[in-house]
Design a binder for this molecule. Structure first.
Ligand code: N01
Length: 550
């Protein structure tokens, strides 16, 4: 017997399953629906007290999706698409979490999801060819296949602020926001970090805090979402033409229609045409601007023309020119650090109760009982909010003790070799273990929902193939992994991304091996490569028929 966080007694699970799925976010929920629908017995472990993954944990004020909700929806069920109506163009966290819960109920997913459970270890048993999965709740289950739906931005990075343990006020992390209401009214609030999370919560905190001090290390590029109520006519049109929309997504560079690349280079049109295009895309909102031309991610001059346009917009929004100059990004090409999408971020710095501290000029020395010392000055706070990011792409898997053949640990492999994989789906030495949107897939640089559905569908087909051919193990061929890793690097090196320190390269986590971790060779190209491997009898994998004795 084990006690759950809610105090209920339960019997630890010692069952044997076809598939264990780790994580009940969008990826894990769809994997369960798909794989269970194919007749597999499935068990999902989820550490939250509810489903939703990223939309369960990141419940900070202002949290909302930065891709239009129409494109951030499941596509596998026309009925679901018809039933669910987003109220805003860019859904907020509560609505996204409600959508996750609706999907869990609508497809009867909950009966196979065990909440409040941390998976501690997954060990491949060479004798049985099965995975042994153990949890902090005493569960010891086995599975023929392991599906890691653990998320790309789900493991907060360690707090690297000396003295943080001394702070006596309220301390919050955006990535682990509490479920109870947090009030900033009448409080002196300090906020550290100006990536997507910081940029979303800062305007909301500023609305009620007595005073807000924002500590910015790197000024980023942020585009206004121009969010508003959903356009019901557009939603209906989208639904009526859903097959065409899904085809267009599949054929686009990033899997998203809103950021579909225009046909021209920014350098082959006149300055006037360039500006007109940027204005149009700016008005469209969010990341649409990245597709203004076909070479903004590749050509330095083209990229700079877009960066200059956005800098100009920032200067127009901020009343105090000195503050504006601090907010204007100059340290990296636009898009090479994840661009942010905001609602009134820059305008927030026109408020009397908001102050910006540039920590490159005034480095944070330490956190004290009362607040933060930066540039020799102590700032006192009642509340400190940290939006300092994630151990992205690999962190959610390396925190679990995953061991493949010969006790090989995924943590060691990725620490030593970087985030290697074949197609972002699997890693050599870890038979029958598959990842959803893993490192080496387009992942965070593609259509996430599309990636979840594609990868889970691919895994479902693979399991059926294995069953039909009475095969027991499937594992990545080392040479295929080596070649794919080289291809990921080659594709990244054609772009401006790898030149910059970011969480895409692992540079935000001290000691992490630097490597660009997402595939930039084109969305359709990636999907075709996966599907062609399958059509070719799972080229790049070794399949074997060792008799199962579990
Ligand atoms: O994290 P980040 P995030 N002292 O790593 C700063 C997704 N997301 O949680 O750039 C001072 O981007 C750090 O500074 P620097 C989205 O993909 C999506 O904001 O390293 N500052 C940076 O400013 C996003 O990209 C949504 O110099 C420190 C910030 O903290 C990803 O999640 C919403 C510091 C961290 O920014 C991560 O976003 C939210 C220190 N010691 C997130 N350490 C959507 O809208 C770090 N920083 C869907």
């Amino acid at each position: 017997m084990a006690e759950s966080d809610s105090g209920q007694l339960r019997v630890a699970d010692t069952g044997d399953y076809d598939v264990v799925i780790i994580g009940a976010g969008f990826a894990g929920m769809y994997s369960l629906h798909k794989l269970r629908g194919e007749g597999n017995s499935c068990k999902v472990f989820e550490r939250g007290t509810g489903v939703g993954g990223v939309w369960y944990w990141n419940r900070y004020p202002g949290a909302r999706v930065d891709v239009e909700s129409l494109e951030y929806s499941y596509t596998f069920s026309a009925d679901l698409e018809r039933e669910w109506k987003w109220t805003e163009a860019y859904a907020s966290q509560p609505e996204l979490e409600a959508y996750c819960n609706h999907v869990a109920d609508r497809f009867d997913l909950r009966r196979d999801i065990q909440l409040e459970t941390n998976v501690l270890a997954c060990h491949f048993q060479e004798d049985s060819g099965r995975w042994l999965v153990t949890t902090n709740k005493g569960d010891r289950v086995t599975a023929k296949y392991l599906v890691m739906a653990t998320g790309t931005l789900s493991e907060p990075k360690d707090i690297d602020l000396p003295g943080i343990e001394n702070f006596k006020g309220e301390l919050y992390r955006t990535s682990k926001w509490p479920r109870h209401e947090v009030s900033f009214a009448g409080k002196r609030v300090g906020e550290i970090g100006t990536g997507s999370s910081g940029i979303q919560c800062i305007p909301e905190i500023a609305k009620t805090a007595e005073h807000l001090t924002v500590f910015q290390r790197t000024a980023g590029f942020s585009m206004p979402s121009n969010n508003g109520p959903s356009d019901t006519r557009r939603t209906q049109e989208w639904f009526d033409r859903r097959d065409e929309m899904h085809r267009r997504q599949r054929e686009s560079q990033l899997g998203l229609i809103m950021s579909e690349f225009g046909p021209n280079s920014a350098m082959e049109v006149s300055e006037e045409e360039r500006r007109k295009m940027y204005e149009e895309r700016w008005a469209q909102g969010g990341i649409a601007i990245v597709g203004s031309f076909n070479d903004l991610l590749f050509n330095k001059d083209s990229n700079e023309s877009c960066a200059a346009f956005v800098r100009e917009k920032i200067r127009e929004k901020v009343a105090n020119p000195q503050v504006a100059e601090k907010l204007v990004p100059t340290s990296h090409p636009i898009f090479t650090k994840r661009p942010c999408v905001d609602t009134g971020y820059y305008e927030t710095f026109n408020r009397d109760n908001v102050e910006l501290v540039d920590v490159r000029e005034n480095p944070i020395e330490r956190v004290t009982e009362k607040g933060v010392i930066a540039g020799g000055k102590e700032y006192e706070f009642d509340t400190l909010v940290l939006a300092i990011g994630f151990d992205a792409m690999t962190g959610a898997m390396t925190r679990i003790d995953i061991r493949g053949r010969g006790g090989k640990s995924i943590k060691d492999v990725w620490e030593n070799e970087g985030p290697v994989s074949f197609l972002g789906l699997a890693v050599a030495g870890f038979p029958n273990m598959f990842m959803i949107a893993g490192p080496g897939s387009p992942s965070v640089l593609g259509n996430m929902m599309g990636a979840f559905e594609h990868n889970a569908g691919w895994i479902g087909n693979m399991i059926r193939y294995m069953r039909d051919h009475q095969l027991q193990t499937i594992e990545v061929d080392e040479k295929a992994q080596e070649d794919w890793t080289a291809e990921v690097e080659r594709a990244a090196n054609l772009t401006l991304y790898p030149q910059v320190d970011s969480w895409y390269t692992g540079a935000n986590v001290p000691g992490k091996k630097r490597a660009f971790s997402a595939y930039l060779g084109g969305w359709a190209n990636y999907l075709d490569t996966c599907d062609n491997s399958a059509a070719d009898g799972y080229r790049g994998f070794r399949l074997s028929g060792v008799k199962e004795n579990a």
